[in-house]
Design a protein around this ligand. Structure first.
Ligand code: B16
Ligand code: MG
Length: 217
């Protein structure tokens, strides 16, 4: 049956995770506290609202609804100041080779991101036109680890969830793919992403032979 690929964005196609970290860190510091790189792992793949809730919890801070929304807006403006300097050169090593292969083989592929900035980022790195479907933080009501974002992507691609292969860098995203009965491929550290069906440090470690095998199963 027809297979398809679903890519997460932040941490898979581009390393915007580092920009999220800098922007959240500034917000925490401005509010008078800090958090660690390990804690930051818990923010990956997590929506903007949930990320701020977690961070405030770490700092034992409570904000009024108005201040909460204001801080979220400041964080996003700060984050976008980094994003707006991005170009094609920011596409992570090995990603383009995989996309070229999919194009060549006519394998449909979609984006499944928690980010509300996803379409803007894809435009900055000049990849927007290749995707057969784009599902992002503006399309979903339930955040990862809920499989909604990937299930909508599968539906838009007209491919059964079991035939979808998801590339993800976050624990929440791997859990979402698994719950959706999709094949999950973790991009990152084995110790963080051990729930994934397969794990690679980055796309340079993924061979065309591996993809071929997976797509033929
Ligand atoms: P935004 P992904 C996620 O994107 C990020 O991993 C996560 O850190 C971020 O909080 C979330 O998007 C929301 O992003 O503030 O741009 O709407 O990894 O699912 O592509
Ligand atoms: Mg991610």
């Amino acid at each position: 049956s027809q297979k398809a690929i679903i890519f997460d964005l932040d941490g898979v196609i581009v390393d915007t995770a580092k920009f999220h970290f800098l922007a959240w860190k500034k917000l925490a510091n401005d509010l008078g506290f800090d958090f660690t790189k390990e804690q930051n792992e818990e923010l990956k793949g997590v929506s903007r609202v949930h990320s701020l809730k977690k961070i405030l919890n770490w700092g034992n801070k409570e904000l009024s609804e108005e201040e909460f929304n204001h801080q979220m807006q400041l964080k996003n403006e700060n984050y976008l100041s980094y994003v707006n300097k991005m170009d094609k050169g920011e596409v992570l090593p090995g990603v383009q080779k995989v996309l070229d292969y999919l194009e060549e083989q006519n394998i449909p592929y979609a984006l499944g991101s928690a980010s509300k900035n996803a379409r803007h980022i894809l435009e900055k790195i000049d990849l927007k036109d290749g995707f057969d479907a784009i599902v992002d933080g503006t399309d979903v009501s339930k955040a990862k680890p809920d499989p909604e974002v990937f299930l909508i992507a599968a539906e838009k691609l007209n491919v059964a969830p079991q035939d979808c292969i998801v590339f993800e860098d976050s624990v929440a995203g791997i859990q979402a793919a698994n719950k959706g009965k999709m094949t999950s491929i973790g991009i990152g550290e084995e110790k963080t992403l051990h729930e994934a069906d397969y794990i690679f440090k980055d796309f340079t470690e993924i061979s065309i032979e591996f993809l071929q095998n997976l797509l033929q199963k």
